[in-house]
Write a protein of this length. Structure first.
Length: 161
C-alpha cells in the first residue's frame, strides 16, 4: 500500500493539470456556456504567494487570473477552492518544518471578503494574522467574519504567462 501523501506532495501533484474543458450540457445551467480551466494546485499556490502584506485576494480573483491566463471563460470554482485549501495546509506544513517564507494563505479570502474556516487554525487564526497586517475584521451573520472594505485592499496581481 502506498504511503499517504503529505500536503506538500499534494500541492506539487499536477494530476495531468491544467486541463481546458468545454462546459457540458449538465453544467450549462449553473455555469453557462463556453470553456473553463481546471488549474494545477501549484498554480493556485503561485498566485496566492504573490499577495503582499496588508493586501488580500479572493478565490474569485484567482479564478479570474487563471481564466485570463488560459484564455477561457472561467476557472473551475470547485477545484480552485480545494487547491487554495491544499496550498494553505502545505504552507503550514512548511512553516512547521522550519521554513520562514511560506505562501501567505491567510490573505486569500472567500467570495465577498469572507474568512475561510477551512484554513489552518480556522477563522480565529486567519483573523489574527490579518489584524496583525492592519486589516479590520468584523462579524457577518451568525458564523461568518469578513475583512471590512476588502475591495480597498485587493492586491493587483498580474497573471503569469
Amino acid at each position: 500500500m502506498a504511503a499517504k501523501k503529505d500536503w506538500i506532495q499534494k500541492l506539487q501533484d499536477r494530476k495531468d493539470l491544467p486541463q481546458i474543458k468545454k462546459v457540458s450540457d449538465k453544467m450549462t445551467t449553473r455555469w453557462g456556456k463556453g470553456t473553463f480551466v481546471i488549474p494545477a494546485p501549484i498554480e493556485v499556490d503561485q498566485i496566492m504567494a504573490k499577495v503582499p502584506k496588508g493586501k488580500v485576494t479572493t478565490i474569485n480573483e484567482i479564478r479570474r487570473l487563471l481564466a485570463k491566463k488560459y484564455k477561457v471563460d472561467f476557472a473551475c470554482p470547485i477545484t480552485t477552492g480545494i487547491f487554495a485549501w491544499i496550498a494553505a495546509y502545505a504552507a503550514e506544513q512548511k512553516r512547521q518544518e522550519g521554513e520562514k517564507r511560506i505562501t501567505p494563505y491567510w490573505r486569500t479570502l472567500k467570495t465577498g471578503g469572507l474568512l475561510n474556516p477551512k484554513y489552518p487554525g480556522g477563522v480565529e487564526e486567519q483573523s489574527k494574522k490579518l489584524k496583525k497586517e492592519g486589516l479590520k475584521i468584523a462579524p457577518k451573520g451568525s458564523n461568518d467574519h469578513i475583512v471590512v472594505d476588502h475591495e480597498k485592499f485587493l492586491a493587483k496581481i498580474q497573471p503569469s504567462k
